[in-house]
Design a binder for this molecule. Structure first.
Ligand code: TA6
Length: 302
């Protein structure tokens, strides 16, 4: 018996409020893990894992899946899933003492709300502090991730509230893995003029001066300041990327050598992906008791 009508534990002890399901939003399974499946009448589809609130697949209306999910990703309900859109919170990468990219991507989130109409579907997932999170990071918090699809557009909005009695600071990212046909054949436009910190060159800060960025080696950069808009151009298609309230942007491709060290990526996996992440890294976000913050990343298939 559940705590309330429509409240049922899903496989793996995930909590799902089944009364928020609609004919456009339903529970499904992917590799044995519970996922929310969002659909719109125009044919857009998204799959969101309750583990990590991780968007694993997004197919815009009339298009093909635009997110990379490694064929060797591990779906054991504990290991971070390689691909889709991991939520890095409350720490980006190794910017502090927590496990890399924080703990949110390794936690079961609750599906708490859904909305759907003739041209959109939205689901909201929620994560709050637990004794385990408190042991790592002693702060009461509530994080919500809302994922909305419709037509050629995907919106992901992360909201964080401080529900405790003292201030805290965090870094975060929506670590979006784009699926690409051949990473060496694409170009990224919109970064010109921004300073970036280059992890492949001892974190030295440089200015991007190129008309476009092409990827033909390892790239691991935190751009300081969000571009007004970003375009990832491939021969046969393009993707527009916009972010709001996330002050930084990360571009990552592990290239051959680092990719070979990732047990959950095929050796040529780096050719099929490019991470473009909406992030808050350089200046941690500070939240006073009762305060909240939100940041959004939007993808538009062109
Ligand atoms: O966002 C870029 C980055 O911090 C890289 O340095 C790279 O390590 C990547 O994230 C993936 O991290 P992960 O812990 O998922 O292997």
């Amino acid at each position: 018996m559940g705590k309330s009508p429509g409240y049922h534990p899903a496989p793996g002890n995930f909590l799902v409020f089944t009364d928020i399901m609609t004919d456009q939003i339903e529970m499904a399974e992917l590799h044995g893990q519970p996922v929310l499946k969002l659909q719109t009448p125009d044919g857009a589809v998204a799959l969101i894992s309750l583990f990590g609130a991780q968007l694993l697949s997004w197919t815009p209306a009339g298009g093909e899946d635009r997110l990379y999910l490694s064929p060797q990703a591990v779906f054991d309900g504990q290991t971070a899933i390689r691909g889709g859109v991991p939520v890095c919170f409350p720490q980006f990468a190794s910017e502090g003492p927590l496990p890399k990219h924080g703990f949110a991507r390794n936690q079961p989130w609750e599906a708490v709300n859904t909305r759907a109409g003739k041209d959109y579907a939205v689901a909201t997932l929620r994560l709050t502090d637990t004794p385990a999170s408190q042991a790592l990071w002693p702060h009461p918090f509530a994080a919500e991730l809302s994922i909305g699809i419709g037509g050629g557009r995907l919106d992901m909005e992360l909201e964080v509230a401080n529900t405790g009695p003292s201030s805290f600071a965090f870094t975060a990212a929506l670590h979006t893995y784009l699926k690409v046909r051949e990473v060496e054949a694409l170009r990224i436009e919109g970064l010109r003029g921004l300073d970036y910190r280059d992890a492949t060159r001892s974190d030295a800060v440089h200015k991007d001066t190129g008309v476009s960025l092409e990827i033909d080696d390892e790239v691991d950069r935190v751009y300081y300041g969000a571009p007004k808009g970003l375009l990832v151009r491939e021969d046969h298609r393009a993707l527009g990327i916009h972010q709001e309230n996330f002050p930084d942007l990360v571009v990552w491709n592990p290239w051959e050598q680092k990719c070979a060290q990732l047990p959950d990526m095929p050796t040529d996996g780096f050719r099929r992906m490019l991470c473009i992440e909406a992030a808050a890294v350089r200046q941690p976000i500070e939240l006073a008791p009762g305060a909240d913050w939100w940041g959004r990343q939007t993808l538009v298939a062109l």
